[in-house]
Design a protein around this ligand. Structure first.
Ligand SMILES: *Cc1c(COP(=O)(O)O)cnc(C)c1O
Length: 466
């Protein structure tokens, strides 16, 4: 499988190169040259398969040329063997038509583990082949940092430096990063905000010499391999609810548009997806874009769903490219306009291409609270605030009542205990496997919020390329 850039001028690359590159050299994102196609018989043949076997079948066409089936299976077994539920991503029924797909049974209790555990395995495999070394540098306000650290801790060919704003991530989130003890894990608390930390990371990536010397890499959701890993659970859930005979709708709590784009990929591959509901909180740029064609950036408002507090949604570019007719040079011009003015209109082709499959809903704090209470009172389920935004959006969307709706449950309720307690009066306990989180020793350094202090720290400890 070859991959092309959404901005039309980077070279096409195979899966291994795309995984290690992350962003394309023209600033675009990689997408498959064409979508693999699954017939109804291919989909029927997935019924009854384990999660790992489903993953091997669904991902095989995307890794063709870089990994054979046995290698892919081995990496999937290693990645998903670390999940605490036998089903990896169990489906839970809420009422006659609403279902939850629990994606939070990985080591850090958020759905990002599904993609990052596999990405850690892929990095290790490809770096050993090349005898190369990678330095991951990132800034986090929560979930991505802990999932990335867990996925690469102890790996010889990788160092990870994760910056978090001191005092501004929750205790659970900080401890999930700082209690990991491995020589290649470097946690840095910086004085300043998340945006300050993010700006420093960007500046480091812009320093071409520094980037080359340490082979800097990011693990954010623009990496194609992360999206690919997420396509699997759409197949897994839909087959259990009757696909290919019966279409299924999905409601997806959305931030960077990675998770819901994976649902679009599944539909392009032939899965009968009736609708993809893009659920946003009051940071609603995607709701405005999908309902009115207006993609213009506002101010970020802090909410009880921090993983969805975004005003630019990086993976949306992939949809604009594919739904808009795959004209990379035209999209490069459109994105250039957005980067200059922080606003753009979708073209008619983009709007129509998206409307065929997507709908959207903007859910405020009251809507979120009501969904959390409903899940608790009606179905005995304690759900986290992000999943509640998804459920509220599912309930607000008018669909053929014979179609089952699956809400993606993206985080464990215990990760957001305060908000859950406020809504339901119940404080969810931490699951047993992370129960000693507050007894473990923390390891991190505090650095002043200056670019010089942080780069000096990284340069002293990262492994330069041979
Ligand atoms: C990252 C995250 C999201 C948003 O997913 P995107 O792929 O960025 O749209 C939603 N919920 C939780 C809990 C997350 O960690």
């Amino acid at each position: 499988m070859q991959y092309v850039s959404t901005r039309g001028s980077a070279p096409a690359l195979g899966f291994e190169d795309v995984t290690l590159a992350g962003l394309a050299s023209d600033g675009g994102l990689y997408v498959p040259e064409s979508w693999p196609s699954f017939s109804p018989d291919d989909i029927r043949a997935l019924s009854g398969l384990s999660y790992v076997e489903t993953a091997v079948r669904v991902m095989a066409p995307f890794v063709a040329g870089s990994l054979d089936e046995a290698e892919l299976r081995e990496l999937c077994q290693a990645a998903y063997g670390r999940f605490s539920h036998q089903a990896v991503v169990p489906l839970v029924q809420l009422d006659h038509r609403n279902w939850l797909l629990e994606l939070f049974h990985g080591p850090t209790l958020a759905f990002k583990d599904v993609a990052l555990q596999l990405l850690g395995q892929l990095f290790e495999r490809f770096l050993s082949r090349r005898d190369d070394h990678l330095t991951i540098v990132g800034a986090t306000s929560g979930d991505t940092g802990s999932a990335a650290i867990d996925a690469v801790a102890g790996r010889e060919k990788i160092d990870i430096f994760m910056l978090h704003p001191e005092g501004r991530v929750s205790d659970v989130q900080r401890r999930q990063m700082t209690t990991v003890r491995a020589p290649n894990v470097h946690n840095i608390a910086i004085e300043g905000s998340f945006d300050d930390a993010q700006a420093m990371v960007k500046r480091m990536f812009n320093d071409a010499d520094f980037k080359r010397r340490f082979n800097l890499s990011a693990v954010n959701s623009i990496n194609w391999a992360r999206l690919m890993a997420q396509v699997v659970y759409y197949f897994y859930a839909a087959v259990r609810l009757g696909a290919p005979e019966r279409p299924v709708a999905f409601s997806v709590p959305t931030g960077n548009f990675g998770d819901v784009f994976a649902g679009y990929v599944a539909a392009k591959m032939g899965l009968p997806v009736a609708k993809l509901i893009v659920a946003t909180n009051v940071n609603d740029i995607l709701h405005r874009a999908l309902s009115q064609g207006d993609y213009s950036q506002g101010q970020v408002v802090a909410t009880a769903t921090p993983s969805m507090d975004i005003q630019v949604s990086s993976n949306f570019e992939r949809l604009l490219f594919d739904a808009g007719g795959r004209d990379g040079l035209a999209l490069a011009a459109q994105m250039g306009g957005f980067e200059a003015t922080r606003a753009m209109r979708l073209t008619n082709a983009q709007q129509e291409g998206a409307a065929a499959l997507f709908t959207s809903a903007r859910i405020d704090a009251d809507g979120m609270t009501m969904a959390m209470r409903w899940a608790y009172d009606a179905a005995g389920q304690i759900i986290d605030p992000h999943s509640a935004i998804g459920l509220a959006a599912a309930q607000a969307t008018d669909l053929d009542p014979s179609i089952p709706v699956v809400t993606l449950a993206t985080a464990h309720a215990a990760k957001f205990r305060d908000a859950v307690e406020r809504a339901t009066g119940t404080r969810p306990p931490l699951p047993a496997r992370v129960g000693d989180l507050f007894a473990r020793e923390e390891h991190y350094v505090k650095l002043p919020g200056t670019f010089e202090a942080v780069t000096a720290y990284v340069a002293e400890r990262a492994t330069p390329r041979a």
